[in-house]
Ligand binder design. Structure first.
Ligand SMILES: Cc1cc2nc3c(=O)[nH]c(=O)nc-3n(C[C@H](O)[C@H](O)[C@H](O)COP(=O)(O)OP(=O)(O)OC[C@H]3O[C@@H](n4cnc5c(N)ncnc54)[C@H](O)[C@@H]3O)c2cc1C
Ligand code: FES
Length: 492
């Protein structure tokens, strides 16, 4: 399931690390956050090396909708209430400046990436009041927001909050252009960081400054990001012959639909859920059914899904990785707004590393101590983790191997152990442990993707136990494939 961004783009291919190396700055991860951080660090004269475990833009960035906007659903009213006007204004300014910085980089380098300025809208179907209060909040901190009932959507709304002069683009064309000029080592996973040394299987990279831009940070301690982030998945389809919406739209509250055009296609998404909580599946069906009602003559050209890290208070973690790591930085927790988020992170980290004061940095500090806005989400994340850990130890499987049909999966008991079994169309049983390779929570089957997903921090594994999404760094142990005749000899 490739997104529309993968199809026509040739990303540069780079070598892997094969010996020890030195750099002024190392960036770990070549997604949007890593590429932008590396670009700005290299621009300020630092010898910068990017380490990428897989390939450039092979992570979440390839599944983004690529709206470049400071309108992150209904965030400004919440930010003012939780942090006060000053910090809400920092958030707004960082993201508004990020839009301008994209334009500057694209113009200066003549990058052909289908960049277009568009208005962004957050709409409500039934509550004009929440829209009006977001308009008021955004205006208070300097964004020229407006209330409107006029949208390009195929249905009426109770009103929308419009931010003018936002943008959209083709994220992989943009990255391909920047990556050309950067030193990037692909297929080089950072396994461990020890002071200024990053250890990989191919050698050690020594760097004075280290930026961890790995989507979910891979160092559990210090930092403790696993206590403050979960992941959320969303599903998208691209429709041809749907009338253009001429703008970027998201439904207020985050459970509704997202719209944007790309050339002759309409990108329609939604059906969000916490990763690891999609037992019944059918997420694409929800979007296809609704899309079919709104755009009866349209044809589906692509479908894909992706997930992002969600923080406790809805604000990314950008800054020092931990109080005890003065030269190690992090950019994560973009809450599905990592286009402007990554650019804001790159600008903030470039300033911090150069020893310049950055006037937006406070609100993003990973060490922020504003407990109240986070308390409820901290409690629900902790409860989720405890429940998934308890499931791994105590949940008794109810299914038997024989009950699992072709194309389906379930958790069964084998030799007194709990295992996850996917039965492929040829009848083979693909058997994995259900214990997540990150911190041991019980994995759950995602029938829309045919993957084993972790509800705790969102790691994902394919049916043969290979890791396809972090924070887990390795695959599941004890995997095997059994044909039908072998299954009969096994004790299930
Ligand atoms: C469905 C969906 C729609 C979205 N739409 C929008 C949108 O319209 N606008 C917007 O602003 N944001 C959007 N986002 C959010 C945005 O796409 C992400 O926040 C952003 O792409 C994250 O970029 P990243 O660089 O942090 O992560 P990634 O792109 O995942 O990059 C991280 C990289 O690090 C590498 N890596 C991981 N571990 C290691 C290691 N140990 N060593 C070396 N390399 C490693 C990975 O292989 C990967 O390439 C959306 C997100 C989703 C899920
Ligand atoms: S992702 Fe952390 S325990 Fe699974």
């Amino acid at each position: 399931m490739k997104s529309i961004w993968n199809q026509p783009v040739q990303l540069p291919q780079k070598n892997r690390l094969t010996s020890n190396m030195r750099a002024d700055a190392a960036v770990i991860g070549a997604g949007m956050a890593g590429i932008l951080a590396a670009t700005l660090l290299a621009q300020q004269g630092l010898k910068t090396v990017v380490l990428e475990a897989k390939t450039i833009a092979g992570g979440v960035t390839q599944g983004t909708t690529a709206k470049i906007t400071s309108q992150h659903n209904l965030i400004y009213k919440k930010l003012i209430d939780a942090f006060g006007e000053e910090k809400a204004a920092q958030y707004a300014a960082a993201n508004q400046n990020a839009i301008a910085k994209y334009k500057e980089i694209i113009d200066q380098n003549g990058i052909d990436c289908d960049f277009e300025q568009k208005n962004a809208f957050v709409y409500s179907l039934d509550d004009p009041k929440i829209i009006q209060s977001e308009v008021n909040a955004a205006q208070r901190i300097g964004i020229p927001a407006a209330f409107t009932e006029k949208t390009g959507l195929p249905f009426g709304t109770a009103g929308a909050c419009m931010f003018p002069d936002q943008a959209q683009f083709h994220p992989l064309k943009f990255i391909a252009a920047l990556a050309e000029g950067l030193t990037i080592l692909e297929h080089t996973m950072a396994k461990e960081i020890d002071g200024k040394e990053i250890h990989t299987d191919g050698g050690t990279l020594h760097a004075d400054f280290i930026v961890v831009a790995t989507h979910y940070p891979f160092i559990n301690m210090p930092g403790y990001y696993f206590l403050k982030m979960h992941q959320q998945r969303s599903y998208f389809i691209a429709l041809e012959n749907a009338s253009p919406v001429d703008g970027m739209y998201i439904e207020a509250g985050g459970d509704g639909f997202s719209f944007r055009d790309y050339k002759n296609l309409l990108l329609l998404g939604g059906a969000n859920h916490r990763t690891g909580e999609n037992k019944d599946g059918g997420k694409y069906d929800i979007i296809r059914k609704t899309g079919g009602e709104w755009y009866p003559g349209a044809t589906e050209k692509a479908f894909w899904s992706a997930q992002d890290c969600m923080t406790l208070d809805g604000v990314p973690y950008i800054g020092r990785y931990a109080l005890t790591t003065p030269d190690m930085y992090v950019a994560t927790g973009f809450n599905k707004w990592g286009m402007t988020g990554s650019m804001a992170a790159a600008m903030i980290l470039a300033d911090m590393i150069a020893g310049r004061k950055n006037e937006w940095a406070d609100v993003f500090s990973p060490q922020r101590m504003d407990i109240l806005p986070s308390a409820k989400n901290f409690a629900s994340n902790a409860a989720e983790t405890v429940s998934a850990l308890a499931d791994e130890i105590f949940m008794v499987p109810k299914e038997t191997l024989a009950q699992i049909k072709e194309g389906d999966a379930g958790i069964v008991e084998s030799h007194g152990e709990k295992v996850g079994v996917f039965r492929s169309e040829d009848g083979q049983a693909h058997i994995v442990t259900t214990k997540c390779a990150h911190l041991g929570c019980q994995l759950a089957w995602n029938p829309d993707e045919n993957t084993w997903d972790c509800p705790c921090h969102g790691s994902r594994f394919d049916t043969d136990g290979n890791v396809i999404g972090n924070p887990a760094m390795k695959g599941l142990w004890g995997n095997k494939k059994l044909s039908r005749s072998q299954q009969n000899k096994e004790v299930f």
